[in-house]
Design a protein around this ligand. Structure first.
Ligand code: HAM
Length: 427
């Protein structure tokens, strides 16, 4: 066998049973989101680089340092999507949104960011992303948050905290920036070199700095909601009021700005308290946004969030993360026997059992019965069915329940009933 070729750092191969858990998380999302009127969309993983530079903001960490960008053969700058909102907004703008129309969509798939790999932080990671455009109301924001919490409850993720803040509108931000600048200028000497650059480029980004040494200074920065105009304050108060009346508990986090520059008004994150996530404890994040698309003066506004699949896995089923490659699905029944006729009849029998939703493996090599039983045991089959020339002549199947070691013969036409009697409790 060739030497080991590992996946790239920050990427991973997923095997069953971990994949089964991913499917559970994805399908539960489909179930919950469909009930809120959201439909699934799949947009390309590759997009023009401009879409993200314009959409996410060129001062953001993601655009500055983390995008996988390359020139394609035609000399165009292409980027592997680092997040899903910009692509979905491009797709919605493409089909158009008439006055007063609403669109509610979700998408599940891989994203790419060149971050330092750690538990819960990958370079290829996967999101369930949810977006609603066309209605700009506090109720929409509250509903989006409630939907996120409903999903987490549906997949039994408890032990979470909801952090909530507002960034106001672009107009508000012009007013708030001088207050932030004044405050940070007084401390900038002791802050990291990125923050020193951000002070000149986009002071808001300082609030999202993850560097340890900058945290005490950021924690004492002016609280954003207090600096906003009255319309933004009112919008946020309404969001909070709806959440209160729906019985949702949250923590106001007046310096939460989130990592992408398209957010305005409400922003939120859900933090998981369990020990498996470590520093990467945000299982979901989102908010209200206003995205600029390349080549257009128009903006698209919406509200939404994304959940990180890897982090959901660590919160829900850490014991399954990185499980040993199984290489095969679970098997219920091994069908074996010797001889050419038996192999044909075994394939027929296996199809019949599979029609009844059993997971069946058929002997394909005509090996000794001993070797066949060894395989049945190895793949964890509960039942072994054998058809060799002698069984075919009598029109019966030799049956063995591997759990009880009971052996019997069953008429061929009754075999599905026999299997049901012996297996259904195990499925
Ligand atoms: P985000 O906060 O960048 O927001 O990502 C959302 C979630 O994706 C995070 O809370 C985390 O669970 C997961 N995530 C992010 N980066 C990584 C990584 N490197 N490895 C593993 N998981 C990661 C967005 O992406 C926005 N587009 C969300 C949104 C949708 N806002 C409005 N609509």
């Amino acid at each position: 066998m060739a030497g080991k070729v590992k996946p790239l750092p920050g990427t991973a191969d997923l095997w069953e049973p971990e994949v089964q858990e991913w499917l559970f998380l994805e399908n539960k999302a489909r179930e919950v989101l469909h009930c809120y009127g959201y439909g699934e969309v799949r947009t390309p993983i590759l997009e023009k680089t401009d879409l993200f530079v314009r959409g996410l903001g060129d001062e953001t960490e993601v655009v500055q340092k983390e995008m996988y960008t390359f020139e394609d053969r035609g000399g165009r700058s292409i980027t592997l999507r680092p997040e899903g909102t910009a692509g979905i907004m491009r797709a919605i703008a493409n089909v158009g949104l008439s006055q007063g129309e609403e669109k509610r969509v979700f998408s599940i798939g891989p994203m790419f960011r060149g971050e330092r790999p750690a538990a819960g932080r990958r370079r290829q990671f996967h999101q369930i992303g949810v977006e609603a455009v066309g209605r700009c109301t506090p109720v929409m924001d509250a509903e989006s948050i409630v939907m996120l919490l409903d999903y987490l409850a549906a997949v039994d993720i408890t032990d979470t905290r909801l952090l909530l803040n507002t960034r106001g509108t672009a107009e508000d931000r012009k007013e708030v920036a001088p207050a932030l600048e004044k405050y940070f200028r007084g401390h900038i000497e002791t802050m990291c070199s990125d923050c020193q650059r951000r002070l000149e480029g986009n002071v808001w980004r300082i609030l999202d700095c993850k560097n340890e040494e900058c945290q005490p200074i950021i924690q004492n920065a002016p609280a954003i909601p207090e600096l906003l105009g009255s319309d933004s304050k009112k919008f946020f108060e309404e969001v909070c009021r709806f959440l209160d009346r729906l019985g949702v508990s949250y923590e106001l986090e007046p310096r939460l700005v989130r990592g992408l520059d398209y957010y305005e008004q409400t922003v939120f994150e859900v933090i998981h308290e369990g020990e498996n996530l470590g520093a990467q404890n945000a299982v979901a994040g989102g908010g209200r946004y206003r995205i600029s698309l390349p080549g257009s003066e128009k903006h698209i506004s919406g509200v939404g969030f994304a959940l990180g699949m890897e982090r959901l896995m660590l919160a829900r089923a850490p014991e399954l993360v990185g499980t040993e490659p199984a290489g095969m699905g679970k098997i219920d029944i091994f069908v074996g026997g010797k001889g050419e006729n038996a192999r044909v009849e075994n394939l027929k029998l296996a199809r019949e059992l599979r029609e009844n939703r059993y997971r069946v493996l058929v002997e394909s090599e005509n090996r000794s019965l001993k070797a066949q039983f060894r395989t049945a045991d190895k793949v964890g089959a509960t039942v072994v069915l054998l058809q060799a020339e002698s069984e075919l002549a009598k029109n019966v199947v030799a049956c063995r329940n591997m759990d009880t070691a009971e052996q019997s013969e069953c008429p061929r036409e009754k075999i599905v009933d026999w299997v049901k009697d012996n297996l259904d409790g195990d499925l």
